[in-house]
Write a protein that binds this ligand. Structure first.
Ligand code: G6P
Ligand code: MG
Length: 215
């Protein structure tokens, strides 16, 4: 019997992953690095600064910037990302998510958000889904990011369930790996990307048989 749900945000609750990609692509291009969708998969689930480090290494420029310059680049990317989010509304919630969250509410199953994004509270508010979540893990409290299981273990604790009693939902390989290490039943949300190791793969949440999932 499953008693709690833990969701990633970008690419699971809303299609904001495309805005992260666009903002990083523009930032990278401004420093003569060309990103592509294959490399972008490696950025999913990874914190802002770690993503920047990966991009600089990818472009062979990891030794060229000071810490202050890197912080400035990360801020530029975030400003562009937040600007891209300005028109986000409940219409941008991915198909099947609202009805799935409503079923969780009816079944008294607590839901938490485990996202590396510092913008998560702002996005959930814009999507008008914040009321469905009893807890959002604050990424500033983490020692390690995904694929470390820490964020998922914290989320399970916050909703007072054991990882083996919880279901986690992820679209990133780093997230799937972290959920499996934490001991969750793992649902992978696939679009066109490969995702290895999930217990169940779906394209959207309305493909899931809710009572089969929790029983
Ligand atoms: C999520 C996304 C990543 C993003 C990270 C940090 O994990 O999948 O692509 O880099 O959050 O987001 P932030 O909004 O704090 O820059
Ligand atoms: Mg994601």
């Amino acid at each position: 019997m499953k008693k709690g749900f833990v969701f990633d945000l970008d690419g699971v609750i809303a299609d904001t992953a495309k805005f992260h990609y666009l903002a990083w692509k523009e930032l990278a291009s401004s420093i003569d690095i060309t990103l592509d969708e294959v490399f972008n998969e490696e950025l999913k689930g990874i914190s802002r600064m770690d993503s920047l480090e990966k991009i600089l290494a990818f472009g062979g420029k990891d030794k060229e910037y000071s810490i202050t310059e890197k912080e400035c680049l990360a801020t530029q990317k975030n400003e562009r990302y937040v600007a891209l989010l300005s028109n986000v509304t409940q219409q941008d919630v991915l198909p099947g998510v609202l009805s799935f969250l409503e079923q969780a509410r009816q079944a008294n199953i607590p839901c938490a958000i485990a996202s590396a994004s510092k913008n998560a509270p702002y996005i959930l508010d814009k999507l008008r889904v914040d009321d469905y979540f009893v807890h959002i893990v604050n990424p500033d409290t983490l020692k390690k990011g995904k694929p470390d299981p820490e964020i998922f273990i914290k989320a399970a604790k916050a909703i007072q369930v054991l990882p083996c009693e919880a279901v986690g939902f992820e679209d990133a390989q780093a997230g799937v790996d972290g959920l499996k290490k934490a001991g969750f039943y793992t649902v992978g949300i696939v679009k066109n990307q490969p995702l290895v190791g999930a217990d169940l793969l779906v394209r959207q949440l309305d493909e899931i048989n809710f009572s089969k999932l929790i029983n």
